[in-house]
Design a protein around this ligand. Sequence first.
Ligand code: NDP
Length: 239
Amino acid sequence: MSRSVLVTGGNRGIGLAIAQAFAENGDKVAITSRSGEVPAELAKYDVIAVRADITDAEQVDRAFTEIEAAHGPVEVLVANAGITKDTLLLRMSEEDFTSVLDTNLTGTFRVVKRASAKMLRARKGRIVLISSVVGLTGSPGQVNYAASKAGLVGFARSLARELGSRNITVNVVAPGFVDTDMTAVLSDERRAEIVAGVPLGRYAAPAEIASAVRFLSSDEAAYITGAVIPVDGGLGMGH
Ligand code: NDP
């Protein structure tokens, strides 16, 4: 059955791979980003792209209204959009901290809240939040990012308890290091250090994160909620 799916940050990186996975499934896919453009990879599918900065609740609301008009209420929400502003704590400005929280955690609150109202009415829904292994293990230079990603776990588990009786699941995918623009800024030396700590000895491809998201959104995963699924090559084992 073709569902109305929204992937935030679906124009590139992990979000793009997730949007592709749902589009291949035959779902009605909408993506949001700050540019609102459809990337070339999605041109062959009937995907709609809507401009929405997730730090602005009004833009989020307008985007949902547009998506609902085209595809109906969102049945599967993947809150994927996120940023980093890495630096050590003593060099980190308050703006570095709050802007990462505002995008990664409060931005997720904005889109999930807007989607949940309609899911509650429909008495069904799937919500998947993209966290990170770093939210569980910590990482030097990333107190802002790790705090935001750890916050998503508490957010998801609380919401899973709130929405479970209405047949809405809320799960977290915690990727390890994935080849995207976000990790392209890391030096070769840092990359080699990271890979040395990954049991599978490599970065993930974005499609490997998308498979887990697609599974959690499927009928096969109907009894999974409040889960944190690592897709990290073993990097975060034990956390
Ligand atoms: P990219 O930097 O490649 O893409 C980030 C996406 O988020 C873009 O689509 C971007 O849209 C969107 N975005 C950022 N800020 C906003 C905003 N304020 N409003 C709307 N959209 C926004 O990142 P990745 O694909 O690598 O990461 C995707 C998610 O996965 C993130 O949440 C990230 O933290 C997480 N993750 C990534 C890992 C990795 O190794 N790459 C590892 C673990 C987790 P725009 O084009 O408008 O900038």
